[in-house]
Design a protein around this ligand. Structure first.
Ligand code: TRH
Length: 389
């Protein structure tokens, strides 16, 4: 007879640590590099080693200070073009995992160098990181194989890895300890954070703004200017600040109680704290949405607009998944141009609006899922054991 202890399921053996090659081509904005950096930094913090191959490293200067100078333990940032140079490839230690992000293709010379070494027996686990979506197809497509049909790695297999909001998907990036750090961030920390940005904390409501060119910023500023107590708007550098400056220049004098501050480009660590500090966050794209969810504060998401309008289905799927109350849906509809601006949809700072409690509940619900990096490590370990058989 087995003892009780023998019947207990053993925890899976620790995965790795492995060497990773993550490839990222910057299409536009900050999201491609922002997501890949979060992933690389999270892997490195768990003891893995990452080579992050980028065709444009510029944003890392502010997003992850020290990364380009090699001061980030476990991550080395490489120039994309180096991955095709024979002198670089010759001396490159073979990685256990390859990741191509957001549909970028690995350089042929890089793949060939590996496929030709040892007759191609040293096959990495090859993953294809996709965009985040709450649409139904994500559960169907997550972890599906994609056989390589041509080129030097013909016969190998890649696998799709879809981030997502349900256990049947790849999950969301959530570094170990993130929610504990967020929970420990209270009014004293907010005060210190604002001071570090050279801003006085008057204790009133704070709103952050990060958006695309098509956001109705003038209308937002007008509504924020009518609030009691007065709102302090923190505008992120880039498109949002251009729009806010323009709107302020056009606004009639003396009618608004709104205080506006323009921020410099922040590191991702500071960007997270900005979202923790604010009572309402306007975010966009992919990574800042996830960080707003982990902030657990009311947020309004501007989805990356696509010419063919497919982003509307993606937005609707997200609002359905999060079971957004009418108020939250109305904000998203007008902010994303799905309906004309109304100007009377209440803000979460109003005491009778239960938006804050809802955002906290959403954060708690999502936190019960396996995070993306933990899921990915399990996936790689599983693929490795299949490949060994
Ligand atoms: O910049 P984005 O609009 O990126 C988008 C999306 O990822 C979209 O899905 C993709 O198709 C497109 O790029 C190509 O928004 P996102 O995803 O929120 O990325 C912004 C990153 O920039 C995020 O990591 C937070 C970071 N950031 C800072 O760290 N400091 C800052 O001051 C600002 C303004 C942003």
């Amino acid at each position: 007879m087995h003892s009780k202890a023998q019947h207990q399921r053993q925890p899976p053996p620790p995965a790795g640590p492995w060497l990773w090659d993550i490839f990222c081509q910057v299409i536009d904005n900050f999201g491609d590099v922002g997501v890949c950096w979060r992933l690389a930094a999270d892997l490195a913090a768990r003891g893995h080693t990452v080579r992050l191959w980028l065709d444009d490293t510029q944003a890392l200067n502010w997003l992850a200070p020290g990364a380009l100078e090699g001061r980030w333990p476990g991550v080395s940032v490489r120039d994309w073009s180096d991955a095709s140079k024979p002198q670089v490839l010759q001396g490159l230690e073979p990685a256990q995992v390859w990741m191509e992000s957001f549909g970028c293709e690995l350089p042929t010379a890089f793949v060939a160098a590996r496929a030709l070494s040892l007759g191609g027996v040293l096959q990495p686990v090859w993953t294809n990181l996709e965009y985040l979506s709450a649409e139904d197809f994500v559960e169907r497509c997550h972890a599906l194989p994609s056989p390589v049909m041509s080129g030097p790695a013909k016969g190998w297999t890649k696998h799709f890895y879809y981030p997502g909001f349900t256990p049947q998907t790849g999950g969301l990036v959530r570094e170990p300890g993130l929610l504990e750090r967020r929970g420990a961030f209270r009014s004293a920390e907010r005060h210190i954070f604002l001071q570090s940005l050279g801003l006085a904390d008057e204790g009133g409501p704070l709103v952050s703004l990060f958006c695309y060119d098509c956001a109705p910023v003038a209308q937002l500023l007008e509504q924020l200017g009518t609030q009691t107590p007065p709102v302090h708007l923190l505008v992120t550098a880039g498109k949002a600040s251009g729009l806010a400056e323009h709107a302020l220049a056009q606004a009639p004098d003396g009618k608004s109680d709104l205080r506006v501050s323009f921020l410099p480009l922040l590191s991702q660590t500071d960007f997270d704290q900005l979202l923790w500090a604010c009572d309402l966050n306007f975010v966009r794209g992919e990574d800042s949405l996830v960080r707003a969810l982990w902030a657990g504060q009311p947020f309004v998401w501007q989805i990356y607009p696509q010419d063919d309008g497919v982003h509307r289905a993606k937005l609707a799927a997200f609002l359905d998944f999060i079971d957004a109350p009418a108020l939250v849906r109305n904000w998203h509809a007008q902010w994303n141009g799905v309906v004309p601006w109304r100007g009377d949809v209440p803000l979460p700072m109003a005491p009778e609006v239960p938006w804050r409690a809802w955002a906290r509940a959403l954060q708690n619900g999502l936190a019960t899922q396996t995070d993306l990096v933990s899921g990915l490590l399990g996936f790689v370990a599983e693929r490795q054991s299949v490949m060994k058989k």
